[in-house]
Design a protein around this ligand. Structure first.
Ligand SMILES: Cc1ncc(COP(=O)(O)O)c(C=O)c1O
Length: 614
């Protein structure tokens, strides 16, 4: 039976509740503020449209005079909320909604008439939030990995007999039906970032302020590219970037931008190393391209994120330009090792241009010796980039900032708020010590349609059309600072979260995760059946493995870790990933979880022991 949305009895607080009546599992009810407007009409309309037959064919758009509104709906602009508030702004033209009458919920499409659409939108929003809460409490806190957990089985469950995607939906479906489909076909089969024993990739449960901020940024639909497309949103991004630059320790003159994640931020950083640093080092009057790149060298460790190598590839460097220097026993890149590699390359006539360090490596959370590397970079005139996508957040804590020192000495730093700032996907970022470098590298093109955001085009003899444009001097246009054109308003959710928690609040969340990781490592160290590598976690990642008696080092022990990981996944009681360290397979717990407690960590370890004993 499909879900129906009804307005429930008035709660003592004077709030209405929307109750879900359906054949699906019982749900909590959502308080909806009563603001003097009746929700009944809109809710009943949504409920009624839910029953609309799905096979209904799309009618041609009716002309105003012969409009054929859907049953139960009046034609034209007849107010559907008689006695409701006056409608601010421009009234919708007569028959406006009729042009959407081919859909069971025209008021969710043609939304400009508040008297018609506001309550319908409120009901649809409340129903959607209710589905989100059902997801949380019926699934996300129940299983860390949805069921079935296996790839082939889940494909069969999702796609059915077809075995793969079918044709795109040709006809409309009502919103309540779609929420039912989300509840039935999707929600039970997700990995859960919320589960208190979910310690997987760097996927935190998003803060409420971040989720709600994402909704606001989507409704306002600001494009933070050319300034006019998102006027105040550019300033909100500027403000958040300033806060992130401050966190890194950068002073005036620094700037940055938000990106889809660390991969894009690292790509932009490597583009800066090529076009700013290498141009200068090679004494060119244009950025190096093609064969210019062959003799350049960039140093990084064997623990670096794969995106550094990918960036080097896509930026046109031959593969040998990336020099992998072995990390030390604690998985840290050390200054002396890089200095030796640089000296050898210089002796061979090559041109070192950059070091790419990591602060909070994906595998173990290791933090390269940034101070030592900064000394080498200064001495050798190299660009120092630090990928602190995960680790920079430790600086939110006064107690733990010392774990990620010296970021201010780098020329560029990647910081990914969708990791340890507990942000909804996506939001990454690159901070640059000399912020002007971004526009110098990315801002040379002059797209005609962005003419409100750039200085005069050069005269025809210089390849332009002489258009004066009409952007103001110094205007903030993010399309000039990075790779993307249309850009999501990523800043708003972080801006809201930061204000909601304060830096000190963020710091507490980070500290709690560091404490949990330390606890897990201590439990592992005290337990002869387990071992950790490294023994003391640098941040909140713990790599460890189960070593029961009788299992040989090598393939047998590796397969054992994979088997435990799969068994845990199947059980739904927690989630961990695996990685490879020094040629062996290890369980990897990345603890970025606001919902986890010491008891959860203990329970996970006990569960792994039971699974490991088979
Ligand atoms: C250290 C580090 N850098 C960069 C990235 C890439 O970030 P994203 O996948 O969000 O683009 C990751 C992802 O885990 C990471 O751990």
């Amino acid at each position: 039976m499909p879900t129906q949305l009804l307005v429930g009895p008035k709660a003592p607080s004077g709030k209405n509740t929307i109750v879900r009546r359906s054949g699906t599992p019982p749900s909590s009810s959502l308080p909806v503020p009563a603001n003097g407007r009746s929700m009944a009409n809109a809710s009943r309309r949504v409920a009624a449209s839910h029953g609309a037959e799905r096979s209904r064919t799309i009618r041609a758009m009716p002309r105003h005079e012969d409009a054929d509104p859907a049953p139960g709906r009046s034609a034209g602009r007849a107010p559907r909320n008689p006695g409701g508030p006056s409608v601010p702004g421009e009234p919708a033209p007569p028959g406006f909604l009729d042009s959407f009458a081919w859909h069971p919920e025209p008021e969710l499409l043609g939304v400009r008439d508040e008297a018609v659409s506001r309550e319908a939108l409120r009901a649809a929003g409340a129903a959607t939030w209710e589905a989100a809460l059902d997801y949380l409490y019926d699934h996300a806190f129940v299983r860390a990995m949805g069921s079935p957990a296996g790839y082939a089985e889940l494909r069969r469950t999702y796609f059915g007999d077809a075995g793969g995607p079918g044709a795109a939906p040709a006809i409309p479906t009502s919103w309540p039906e779609l929420l039912d489909e989300f509840r039935a076909r999707i929600a039970p089969h997700t990995v859960s970032a919320w589960h208190p024993r979910s310690y997987g990739y760097f996927t935190p449960p998003p803060l409420t302020a971040s989720v709600l901020g994402e909704m606001l940024s989507q409704v306002t639909q600001q494009g933070v590219d050319v300034w006019h497309a998102g006027p105040v949103s550019a300033f909100v991004e500027e403000e958040v970037v300033r806060w992130l630059c401050d966190l890194v320790g950068y002073g005036p003159g620094s700037f940055g931008l938000l990106t889809s994640g660390g991969v894009m931020a690292n790509f932009i950083a490597m583009a800066l190393a090529r076009d700013v640093q290498a141009t200068r080092r090679l004494g060119l009057d244009r950025p190096p391209r093609g064969r210019d790149l062959e003799r350049l060298r960039i140093y990084t460790s064997d623990q670096t994120h794969f995106s550094i190598g990918r960036a080097i590839d896509e930026l046109g460097f031959p593969p040998e330009c990336l020099v992998l220097v072995e990390a030390d026993d604690d998985f840290r890149l050390r200054g002396a090792d890089v200095a030796a590699a640089v000296a050898a390359d210089r002796a061979a006539g090559l041109t070192p241009i950059a070091i790419s360090a990591v602060a909070g490596a994906t595998n173990t959370g290791s933090v390269d010796a940034i101070g030592e590397l900064a000394d080498v970079a200064t001495r050798e005139d190299l660009w120092l980039h630090v990928d602190a996508a995960y680790g920079a957040a430790a600086r939110l804590s006064a107690r733990d900032a010392r774990r990620v020192p010296d970021l201010d000495r780098a020329q560029s730093v990647t910081v990914d708020p969708h990791k340890w700032f507990f942000q909804a996907y996506d939001i990454g970022g690159l901070m640059v010590r000399r912020g002007a470098d971004l526009e110098a590298v990315f801002g040379s093109r002059r797209p005609e349609y962005y003419r409100s955001g750039h200085a005069p085009m050069p005269s025809p003899e210089h390849g332009g059309d002489g258009d004066a444009g009409h952007g103001e001097a110094g205007q903030l246009n993010f399309w000039k600072l990075g790779f993307e054109g249309t850009r999501r308003w990523r800043a708003l959710k972080l801006w809201l979260s930061w204000k909601h928690l304060g830096t000190a609040g963020f710091g507490r969340l980070v500290e709690a995760n560091i404490d949990l990781a330390a606890h897990l490592a201590r439990r592992v160290a005290a337990d002869p059946e387990f071992e950790a590598l490294p023994a003391v976690p640098p941040l909140s990642v713990v790599c460890f493995r189960h070593r029961p008696d009788g299992l040989a080092e090598g393939a047998e022990l590796d397969a054992h870790q994979d088997a435990i990981q799969a068994a845990l996944e199947e059980s739904g009681d927690g989630w961990l990933s695996t990685t490879r360290l020094r040629g062996g397979t290890w369980l990897r717990a990345g603890i970025l979880n606001t919902q986890a407690t010491v008891a959860d960590v203990d329970r996970l370890l006990e569960h792994l022991r039971v699974l490991g004993r088979g």
